[in-house]
Design a protein. Structure first.
Length: 450
């Protein structure tokens, strides 16, 4: 059967939709969240249910295509040539069991929906900083959250998954029924099949307290040292992010912050106030703004001011073993250099705590890693890419001597592979899982090249 006939037949059989390149909606449908990444699938499907997914599996098999699942478009890594792009937004179920501290969530659900459903319950979701990221993409990619020092990676919270295998069977898998598949699902994405639902542990957080401190950029060396030293004895209930922000002098930026530089330190405690610990950071510089007190996950998500619409952007990430004085000085010097103007923000996340003692076996791990950093480089219309490329390379050079042997999938950039997330033995183990569960190669290779 010719390819066009295959897709026409599939479109007729679906309860959901199948958008082809000749359709007016195709240009918008194929785009990922990061508009700087170009992807050119052969079609974009939005299945209504598991039966629709079975239709798409059969069509891909007949057409010699592969299936790439992208619930909300985050984490795009390549152009998807020869792939059928599947959006699982219709899988929108949400069931919360407060007595057990568990949530079952469909693979199309975004974290914001879960966060708001838990507001005022004394439970929190192990969610990322952006409420528009899908639960599935975040969790299956490892996922570092505001609660990771308290509860571990997002993937560590994964109790079970409902998986459509390439042979068309659909079942619930957990550590008792299929430990090898669960190990792969915790951090390596959907290489074992198409995940339709997830069962996730919630985080017990009866008294959430937050602090937000803003300092002048000139205080950065002292503030970052104070944050570094705080990690030595911070309890697992305390989660800390620092950020060095330099707003570009561009018309797209609000006038009140245009061209300004500052350092922020944000803390979240799941066990009430941590004023004494944060006082160490306050003393490191002159606090220009201090917001402290009880808070909630929904308030935190709103305050993060993450983009709510697709936008172009680039960046570079690094997981570090340590953050010594010299490295802090080198990072601040890099940050202050005029030629690093493309770097709008450098995010620094304190690790340790529960991350050093994962409760479940999984490919993703930050065990023994001290810090997670990310340099954000926005893409402005008409701006040349070369300065941003040079800044990303410079950022990596500064941090090279302290790099950890692994990071997590959700912090990989376009084109980066799972080799950066685990040792060779784990990569070979993933390949063995995929060879067993997807012998035909119906699923897109993702970040694990065939």
């Amino acid at each position: 059967m010719e390819h066009s006939s295959v897709w026409d037949s599939a479109a007729d059989a679906l309860r959901g939709s199948l958008i082809l390149p000749d359709d007016d909606e195709f240009a918008a449908a194929r785009r990922p969240w990061n508009l700087a990444v170009e992807q050119h699938p052969i079609a974009v499907a939005s299945p209504a249910d598991v039966d629709d997914l079975r239709v798409l599996l059969a069509a891909a098999r007949d057409a010699g295509a592969v299936i790439a699942v992208q619930p909300g478009g985050h984490g795009a890594a390549g152009d998807l040539s020869g792939a059928l792009l599947v959006r699982t937004t219709a899988f929108d179920g949400l069931a919360v069991d407060l007595d057990a501290g568990i949530v079952r969530v469909g693979s199309g659900v975004k974290w914001g929906t879960v966060v708001h459903a838990l507001e005022g319950t004394g439970w929190a979701a192990p969610a990322g900083t952006s409420p528009v990221v899908s639960v599935a993409g975040f969790t299956l990619g490892g996922g570092h959250s505001w609660f990771s020092r308290t509860a571990g990676l997002g993937s560590d919270a994964l109790r079970a998954a409902w998986l459509l295998r390439t042979d068309g069977s659909h079942e619930r898998v957990d550590d008792d029924s299929d430990p090898e598949t669960m190990w792969a699902l915790r951090g390596a994405g959907g290489i074992a099949g198409i995940v339709t639902d997830l069962e996730i542990d919630l985080v017990r957080a009866p008294a959430i307290w937050g602090a937000g401190l803003v300092f002048d950029a000139s205080d950065a060396p002292r503030v970052l040292r104070a944050v570094r030293d705080l990690a030595l004895d911070a309890p697992t209930s305390l989660n800390v992010f620092a950020n060095s922000m330099r707003m570009p002098d561009a018309p797209q930026v609000p006038e009140e912050v245009r061209g300004r530089s500052f350092v922020t330190v944000q803390a979240l405690s799941t066990n009430g106030p941590a004023d004494e610990l944060m006082e160490r950071v306050r003393r490191a510089g002159t606090v220009r703004r201090d917001t402290t007190g009880p808070t909630s996950p929904a308030t935190i998500a709103a305050a993060a001011a993450e983009p709510t619409d697709p936008t172009p952007g680039r960046g570079a990430s690094a997981a570090l073993i340590s953050l010594d004085d010299q490295l802090i000085d080198d990072l601040v010097e890099f940050r202050d250099a005029a030629e690093q103007w493309p770097v709008m923000g450098i995010d620094i996340r304190m690790l340790g705590g529960a991350l050093d003692a994962p409760k479940r076996a999984g490919f993703a791990t930050l065990q023994g890693v001290g810090w997670l950093l990310h340099a954000l480089i926005p893409v402005f219309p008409g701006a040349p890419p070369e300065p941003g490329d040079a800044s990303m390379a410079g950022f990596r050079r500064v941090l090279d001597r302290a790099l950890a042997p692994q990071t997590v999938t959700t912090f990989l950039g376009p084109g980066e592979t799972l080799d950066k997330c685990g040792p060779a033995s784990s990569i070979e183990r993933l390949r063995a899982v995929r060879a067993t569960l997807d012998p035909e190669g119906l699923l897109h290779e993702g970040r694990l090249p065939r």
